[in-house]
Design a protein around this ligand. Structure first.
Ligand SMILES: Cc1ncc(COP(=O)(O)O)c(C=O)c1O
Length: 353
């Protein structure tokens, strides 16, 4: 007897699905430092805007704007682009998939550094692309990859999970050498000293991705933004879901983007707490990678295994991220939280010590 499962495409049958970081149930007392969410809620203006829409009976029964035009306009104004240079997605995860579906034919090569965001290989496999996983470092410097035959390159800057940023000179050179599309995934760029957004005016093969899930405190709303020359955005627009952002996501994201003062306060707090956490862990003998993001990647002192520390912290009520990948298994990625959370974490590490 044939089983329906046998009809699954071979790429999908043979692959493992993406494993997201653990999500404890709402209301649990755990201190959650494993998926790089904001320690602060979103701007209060988001709830006001969403509540206003929900109260209006004649709005919610209608479909939302399929183009998310007002959201694109606000994002463009803040970013010094035209609206035609912006696309909005259901999280930047959707935009990563849309980019693959738009540019990559079966068996074409998709490259990224390892380690970087672990969703890239999963989406590439679903698309039927070939994965080229590149080492991040060669003899102590950032690797300059051979770009021959690469159709699409995902560059995470700041890098996840190590936290350093690629310079704009590096990104320029890569965009120039690449005979394909360069996506710079800037999920954490609001916490960094510099970013590559302005380079979309220089290169017609460059796409910059941003998300409201981190610095704007809106991981639940699922909103990502893409920036590129209008001709590329036009192609991406054909491939996304027709109503990819629901009305509440559009309205909430508009309110969040319009409140740049609130964003700046969140970013300043995270940067201050990043310094505090890094210094406190260094005092305990940890090696801390300098970070431009809202997390730090740390290696515990000799004699303490990262995997054991993660398990002990979980027992004490803290979630931090351990990656079993051999390049990362020596360390832990810890999301920057509020001062009280950071101090409790430090105390817990001392007690485990
Ligand atoms: C590098 C990177 N890109 C993209 C995302 C996903 O962002 P979004 O929530 O907008 O889908 C994440 C989430 O952790 C990330 O680390």
């Amino acid at each position: 007897m044939s089983s329906g499962v046998n009809y699954t495409r071979s790429e999908v049958r043979q692959m493992a699905g993406y494993v997201p970081g653990q999500q404890p149930s709402p209301g649990s007392r755990i201190i959650k430092l494993n998926t790089n969410e904001s320690p602060l809620p979103p701007s209060p203006k988001v709830a006001v805007a969403i509540t206003d829409v929900m109260r209006n009976d004649s709005i919610m029964r209608r479909y939302p704007d399929p183009q998310s035009m007002e959201l694109r306009r606000i994002a463009a104004r803040i970013s010094g682009c035209q609206s035609s240079q912006v696309i909005a997605g259901n999280g930047s995860d959707e935009l990563l998939r849309v980019v693959l579906d738009t540019f990559v034919e079966k068996d074409e090569t998709v490259a990224f550094f390892s380690p970087s965001y672990s969703l890239y290989p999963v989406l590439t496999r679903i698309r039927g692309g070939r994965i080229k996983s590149l080492p991040l470092f060669q003899e102590g410097s950032i690797y300059q990859p051979d770009t021959d035959g690469i159709k699409l390159f995902f560059l995470t800057s700041p890098n996840a999970p190590l936290g350093f940023s690629f310079s704009n000179d590096y990104i320029r050179e890569l965009a120039q050498r690449l005979n394909g599309i360069l996506v710079v995934d800037e999920a954490y760029a609001d916490f960094a000293g510099d970013n590559a957004l302005a380079l979309v005016h220089e290169f017609d093969n460059l796409i910059i991705l941003r998300t409201l899930s981190k610095s704007y405190g809106l991981a639940s709303l699922r909103v990502g933004l893409g920036f590129a020359v209008s001709a590329l955005i036009e192609q991406l627009d054909k491939v996304r879901d027709s109503y990819n952002l629901d009305r509440l996501a559009q309205i909430g994201a508009q309110a969040a983007l319009a409140d740049q003062d609130y964003l700046q306060k969140t970013v300043s707090l995270v940067i201050k707490e990043r310094q505090h956490l890094s210094a406190a862990l260094q005092d305990l003998g940890f090696k801390v990678e300098p970070s431009q993001a809202n997390f730090v990647f740390v290696t515990p002192p000799q004699g303490c295994l990262a995997v054991d520390l993660q398990a002990a912290l979980e027992k004490s009520g803290f979630l931090v991220r351990y990656f079993s990948n051999p390049d990362l298994a020596h360390g832990l990625r810890i999301t920057v939280g509020l001062r009280s959370e950071m101090d409790q974490l430090i105390d817990a590490i001392k007690n485990i010590g």
